[in-house]
Write a protein that binds this ligand. Structure first.
Ligand code: AMP
Ligand code: MN
Ligand code: MN
Ligand code: MN
Length: 281
């Protein structure tokens, strides 16, 4: 099956606002032919998304976006084409979700100390028994009138040095790449231009990532500027990585990222789906 490709998006299984089936239908309507569902630290939406994809004739790539701590920095690693039944992968993701649960409670405690009560319960109610992310806290705080937008909540409460920020350790890079490989998937560094890393540190991350068996860089992302795309395309070619593209779509209420509007991969990049390692030929 052919593209267009969108290899990064979220459903209500993590912090997106569409159910997996609704997301697949929206992607199909936007003209996407191959969609990867990559929820944060869970594959719970994949079964529903796959069934919906089959119904509309879209190819669903089973994926996940794994939270990693690398040199004190949170980095997101996409696993594309993973076998969701793999025990090593699922054990790893379960460990991350346990950390998430603890962190959510701690975020709630810290916000309470800052004078905002009920945030843990509020975020959990929005997550409806699924993973609790900072996005749910942000939505709850907006609903309670503490800020005008999700972005503002992040800026004022949820990032480093702000009252609701909780540091902690996500997966090791080695483990995340290992789980993805064990599950037969390709590991891709998500939105590489979004990390506060110097160019040399980003190259060090890429070097370690490649040593561990990582293969791709998300060159085109909904959160990348034209400059970011060109920079990452050059890095991709120089570092001999495969190029991926994904919107990082979280739902229709985020109006600056829409489905089906991704820029093309720059010339000279080898797309992940053209690699002989692509698990879905
Ligand atoms: P978590 O994995 O729970 O720490 O939440 C990270 C998620 O929060 C990301 O995947 C984004 O969807 C969202 N996010 C992170 N930073 C911001 C921001 N500044 N504004 C809005 N959403 C953000
Ligand atoms: Mn997210
Ligand atoms: Mn991410
Ligand atoms: Mn994402």
């Amino acid at each position: 099956m052919n593209g267009p490709y969108d290899l990064h998006c979220h459903s209500i299984a993590s912090d997106g606002t569409l159910a997996p089936a609704a997301l697949v239908r929206a992607a199909h309507e936007a003209g996407i032919g191959v969609l990867a569902l990559t929820d944060h630290d869970t594959t719970d939406g994949i079964a529903e998304a796959s069934a919906a994809a089959q119904a509309v004739g879209l190819l669903l790539v089973p994926g996940a976006e794994i939270s990693v701590t690398w040199q004190a920095q949170t980095v997101h690693i996409l696993g594309l084409g993973i076998d969701t039944g793999n025990a090593a992968l699922q054990d790893g993701l379960a460990g991350l979700r346990a950390f998430r649960d603890w962190r959510a409670e701690e975020i709630g405690r810290r916000l309470a100390r800052a004078g905002i009560g009920g945030a843990w319960a509020g975020a959990r109610a929005l997550a409806q028994g699924r993973i609790v992310s900072r996005t749910h806290f942000a939505q709850y705080l907006v609903g309670q009138g503490h800020a005008a937008s999700v972005r503002e909540v992040f800026r004022r409460f949820l990032v480093c040095n702000k009252p609701g920020y909780v540091s902690g350790r996500w997966a090791e890079l080695e483990d995340a790449v290992g789980w993805i490989r064990a599950a037969g998937g390709l590991a891709v560094i998500a939105h590489p231009a979004r990390y506060p890393l110097t160019a040399s540190k980003l190259r060090r991350l890429i070097g370690e990532f490649r040593e561990l068996g990582g293969v791709g860089l998300e060159v085109v992302s909904g959160s990348h500027t034209r400059d970011n795309i060109d920079t990452m395309a050059a890095l991709c070619r120089n570092e001999r990585l495969l190029a991926s593209c994904g919107s990082d779509y979280h739902g229709p209420d985020n109006c600056w990222i829409r489905l089906g509007e991704l820029a093309a991969l720059p010339a000279g990049c080898t797309p992940v789906w053209q690699s002989e390692r692509w698990p879905l030929h």
